[in-house]
Design a protein around this ligand. Structure first.
Ligand code: TPP
Length: 321
């Protein structure tokens, strides 16, 4: 798709966001491997263009829901990498006061309604947020990010049907990264292109190249505008790939090397760098941006490391039994 509709300034903003996610994830993996981070983490590396392209088309007052692979969504919605890093290191300054970890980061101020350890768990929440927006007449839209593995969860059918009959302002964004853990999408999804399923609810279904941040932005913008103007929900299926394992400890013994090489050549950061250079931005500017982002992430790590652990008397606070 043409890049004309995004200014060079907006493209640079997108580039910075892609880098911020990539460098955050790389650093989180370092901390995991060094034993400094407890629990696990699900890296979003390779998929950054989906979160960034969609969130670029959203207003700050719009809602998103996320998945177990939620760091990219949080950052793309404007989340604070210091509080995220502190959460990963279990510190009291983290988003969940250090008691939730990677899969329990939410930023209600930025209307990021939470990462979610339950596959498909965010889908109903997004429809609920969309219903809230409708009843309060705020004009807000909700986006639900979910993986190809959630396509066959019952909740998606129930919520798609309800959202369609109530014409809710929600966009269902499927991140088809080709695998649900080690199960290839090609083995597990009936009916070919998942976007085709939207037709059974009488709503649009669009498939987009999820490695191209501009294409994602343009497709998302249309569907979000449609939802905002009262025309109801839609499906956006972004074809993408996770470059690394399902989680940090995945031995990754189920994907052929040629397949990985093919997708790595589509790296969304390299693709946008090429587009920016064609638009006249020198490579030195892009390298400087990368250095700035890397320093920002390092500062977030230092912030996390110097933050206190939650105290013992906080253990049962925020728990419901
Ligand atoms: C309801 C439910 N079933 C199973 C699991 C275990 N599980 C965690 S992640 C995952 C795979 C999800 O794949 P997908 O939705 O494609 O997202 P991806 O990991 O590829 O981003 C599974 C089966 C779970 N967390 N929740």
């Amino acid at each position: 798709m043409a890049t004309e509709e995004l200014s060079v300034e907006q493209l640079l903003t997108a580039y910075r966001q892609l880098l911020l996610i990539r460098r955050f994830e790389e650093r989180a993996l370092d901390l995991y491997r060094a034993g400094e981070m407890r629990g696990s983490t699900h890296p979003y590396i390779g998929m950054e263009a989906v979160a960034v392209g969609v969130c670029l088309a959203l207003e700050p007052t719009d809602y998103i829901t996320s998945t177990h692979r939620g760091h990219g969504h949080t950052i793309a919605k404007g989340g604070d990498v210091r509080r995220m890093m502190a959460e990963l290191l279990g510190r009291a300054t983290g988003y969940s006061r250090g008691k939730g970890g990677s899969m329990h980061i939410a930023d209600l101020e930025r209307r990021m309604l939470g990462a979610n350890g339950i596959v498909g768990g965010g889908i109903g929440l997004a429809a609920g947020a969309a219903l809230t927006a409708r009843l309060q007449q705020t004009g807000a839209v909700a986006v639900s990010f979910f993986g190809d593995g959630a396509l066959n969860q019952g909740i998606l059918h129930e919520v798609s049907n309800l959202a369609a009959i109530w014409s809710l302002p929600v966009v269902f964004v499927c991140e088809n990264n080709q695998y649900a853990m080690s199960a290839a999408a090609a083995w597990t999804i009936a009916g070919g292109d998942p976007a085709g399923r939207a037709a059974s609810y009488g709503i649009p279904g669009v498939t987009v190249d999820g490695m191209d941040v501009v294409a994602v932005y343009q497709a998302a913008r249309q569907l979000i505008a449609r939802a905002r103007s009262g025309q109801g929900p839609s499906y956006l299926v972004a074809t993408t790939y996770r470059f690394l394992g399902h989680h940090a400890g995945d031995p990754l013994n189920y994907r052929p090397k040629e397949e990985v090489d093919h997708w790595r050549a589509q790296d969304p950061i390299l693709r946008l760098a090429r587009q920016l250079q064609a638009a006249g931005i020198p490579a030195t500017t892009l390298a400087a941006l990368d250095e700035e982002v890397t320093a920002q992430i390092e500062e977030a790590v230092q912030f996390a490391r110097s933050s206190p652990h939650p105290t013992v008397d906080e253990l049962s606070c925020d728990l419901y039994a």
